[in-house]
Design a protein around this ligand. Structure first.
Ligand code: SAM
Ligand code: DTB
Ligand code: SF4
Length: 344
């Protein structure tokens, strides 16, 4: 899809984009955005943690790592029925994609059949499916594709150089291997990272260069602003300048013109003006619903009001799930009903 775009970005070129005057950068990003997307449409996904906590990985930002005492209640893999009930609610509320996340290094052979059943069940509801389960083997990736998984989320998180300051239990190249398996199996790729983890500007450049220079751009690029979790090593890290977060979105938009750039974790800590700037910089996807995986996200009703105030409408689901039951027509979802009655 994005093969006609550049995949040979050099660090100095990306640095030059970051160093543009803010208004020049946003003008350029908005221009690119308008060439490829409806500038007033934002894709909405809802997240569910299907298996929470006690993760063997030591990601320094994460509430779910078993290496830190974050006070999080652990949960076993959810039952199929629970997941399908949550997915049906998300659909009624207007989400078009349902993303399921598990705190695993990789899925076990014991749990995998249930995971596949979740993909099939959510797809049958007419939602696009996304999973994030950690590292995958070629066989597991093929089975997920066969079950009809639309997207796999696997973030590079930060630059290659900063990676081992954040995670020591897995390696950057292993992340790239899983992304290659996902691509080869024909599943769409969702991959991005986190900023505000004490990284340098060059690490933000490096992360975006790695993503943009993949053989094909990820269809979805989540940009997370660190949600600081008590008990993790990053609990007291300095805040990123909010303008640098907006710059990150804008540069991602310019480097990956046809990807959905997701304004991901951290919206709960942003005001409406900041979110509006991110949309102007080219963000065109959000997580919608009151929870991310383990932390709070803005209330669905606040997002509906924000969309209405900005004249933004939710993007309809793509034809990817065409064989499945059709989505609730957009104008019949609660999202649209509420937007129609929100003050402009
Ligand atoms: N365990 C799987 C993995 O790490 O690939 C999937 C779930 S993991 C929670 C998904 C992504 O959420 C991480 O790669 C990271 O980018 C993001 N994330 C996790 N905790 C976060 C936090 N406190 N703030 C911002 N983003 C976070
Ligand atoms: C992504 O890039 N961000 C989401 C999703 N992919 C799985 C997760 C954000 C997690 C934020 C912290 C939490 O709620 O635990
Ligand atoms: Fe585990 Fe994923 Fe959290 Fe890392 S980010 S500790 S792999 S749940």
């Amino acid at each position: 899809m994005s093969l006609s775009f550049r995949h040979d970005w050099q660090n100095h070129e990306i640095e030059q984009l970051f160093q543009l005057p803010f208004n020049d950068l946003l003008f350029q990003a908005q221009g690119v955005h308008r060439q490829h997307f409806d500038p007033n449409a934002v894709q909405v996904s809802t997240l569910l943690s299907i298996k929470t906590g006690a993760c063997p990985e030591d990601c320094k930002y994460c509430s779910q790592s078993g290496h830190y005492n974050t006070g999080l209640a652990k949960e076993k893999l959810l039952a199929l029925e629970t997941v399908l009930t949550e997915a049906a609610t998300a659909r009624t509320n207007g989400a078009t994609r349902f993303c399921m996340g598990a705190a695993w290094k990789h899925p076990s052979a014991r749990d995998f059949p249930l995971v596949l059943a979740m993909v099939r069940g959510v797809r049958e509801l007419g939602l696009e499916t996304c999973m994030t389960l950690g590292q995958l083997s070629v066989e597991q990736t093929a089975a997920l594709a066969e079950a009809g998984l639309d997207y796999y989320n696997h973030n590079l998180d930060t630059s290659r150089e900063y990676y081992d300051k954040i995670i020591t239990t897995r390696h950057f190249d292993e992340r790239l291997d899983t992304l290659a398996h996902v691509r080869e199996a024909g599943i769409k790729v969702c991959s991005g990272g986190i900023v505000g983890m004490g990284e340098q500007a060059r690490d933000r450049v490096g992360l975006l260069r790695e993503l943009a220079n993949l053989p094909q751009h990820p269809e979805s690029v989540p940009i997370n602003n660190l949600v600081k979790i008590k008990g993790t090593p990053l609990e007291h890290v300095d805040d990123l300048d909010p303008f640098d977060f907006v710059r990150m979105i804008a540069v991602a938009r310019i480097l990956m013109p046809r990807s959905h750039v997701r304004l991901s974790a951290g919206r709960e800590q942003m005001n409406d003006q900041m979110q509006a700037l991110c949309f102007f910089a080219g963000a065109n996807s959000i997580f919608y619903g009151e929870r991310l995986l383990t932390t709070a996200n803005p209330l669905a009703s606040s997002d509906m009001q924000l969309f209405a105030r900005l004249g933004i409408h939710p993007e309809p689901a793509r034809a990817a799930t065409a064989q499945a039951e059709p989505l609730v027509p957009a104008q019949h979802s609660q999202f649209h009903d509420a937007m129609a009655s929100a003050d402009h």
